[in-house]
Design a protein around this ligand. Structure first.
Ligand code: PBG
Length: 325
């Protein structure tokens, strides 16, 4: 036998030397939910270990993230009031805008990414404003643009539109440029699928209970080439980075996008992915840490340059301890 695959697996030193995928804390982004109100530290039922904070309590959570060596957070807002127009999204004093201002003061070292969408702010729960039963794409665009501008004016270092309206990246880019924010990057949720994996998030962000579904704007999970189309459109419109979402059932899409683009590719390991692991671990069916490590590495192996994950802190610890590398 000339070729023996096992030679390169003989001990940990050699295995580590020939490792093809290495993951770094620099590439982890932690999502956090900020709720309007005071003194809130409320565990999310469907996502054990994840909390909603208010602006006055979030400082400790942000510090914990920074202390873990994570460099970036993505903020989601949970407003006290919702209306048809989702006005809380683009209010200069909206919950995210308040959170950004305070966060940049309290823990200035993190990169703050603002989620740009309407669904947490609309009374009907859709990601844009409605005309009849359907979301009016073009009327939603200026509102998304205002949302982005007010978030950046409040301190956001980057914006991440997650609404899946057509033309929103261009609308946001133009509005940011006009407001003088020419250097603020856009991370576009370019290939975002209509997914049941968002279930727990809808409790977390209080955007559940909407009528119907999001299939007229989010993508059909049977499609792969369409993801390439969506990503290319967003890059043409000015997206600096693109995202695939969810992550785990979409590893083929991550690889596809990595192969056909030359911008950084993010993957969002969404709430349902987190909750499934949590639930299986709580039932004693799997070893949580091992599953978290293996799934995260698979996302990077598929081609993700960055990963948005509720397990960011645990992953950071595993990277520090050498459990994954
Ligand atoms: C919508 C948005 C969603 C998520 C992030 N942004 C939910 C949806 O589209 O219904 C899901 C994130 C997760 O499940 O962790 N603004």
């Amino acid at each position: 036998m000339i070729k023996r695959g096992r030679r390169l697996r003989m001990n940990a030193d050699i295995r580590d030397m020939v490792r093809e995928t290495r993951i770094s804390k620099d590439a982890l982004i932690y999502p956090l939910f900020i709720e309007e109100g005071k003194g809130i530290i409320k565990e999310i039922n469907a996502m054990p270990g994840q909390y909603r904070y208010s602006v006055d309590t979030m400082g400790k959570a942000l510090e914990e993230v920074a202390d873990a060596g994570i460099r970036s957070v993505m903020l989601f807002g949970v407003p006290a009031h919702k209306d048809e127009q989702g006005s809380g999204a683009y209010d200069e004093n909206g919950i995210i805008q308040q959170a950004m201002r305070q966060a940049k003061k309290e823990v200035p070292d993190l990169v703050y990414i603002g989620d740009v969408c309407m669904c947490e702010y609309t009374s009907h729960g859709h990601c844009g404003i409605l005309k009849g039963d359907s979301v009016d794409n073009d009327k939603t665009l200026p509102l998304l643009a205002r949302t982005a501008v007010t978030q950046v004016a409040a301190g956001a270092d980057m914006v991440a539109p997650s609404d899946m309206m057509d033309g929103r990246v261009r609308a946001i880019r133009e509005a940011l440029d006009q407001a003088g924010f020419t250097d603020t990057p856009i991370m576009s949720y370019a290939a975002k699928y209509a997914s049941a994996f968002y279930g727990p998030f809808r409790e977390a962000a209080g955007s559940c209970g909407f009528k119907g579904n999001r299939k007229t704007y989010q993508m059909d999970f049977h499609n792969r080439r369409e993801a390439v189309k969506e990503v290319m459109m967003d890059i043409e419109e000015g997206a600096d980075m693109v995202m695939v979402k969810p992550a785990l059932s979409y590893l083929d899409i991550i690889r596809e996008i990595k192969n056909v683009t030359n911008v950084p590719v993010a993957a969002y390991s969404v709430s349902g992915e987190y909750s499934m692991i949590k639930a299986a671990a709580a039932a004693g069916m799997i070893d949580e840490g091992s599953i978290v490590a293996e799934t995260a590495v698979s996302v990077f192996r598929a081609g993700a340059d960055m990963m948005i994950t509720y397990y960011a802190k645990e992953l950071a610890e595993m990277i520090d301890s050498g459990r994954i590398g």
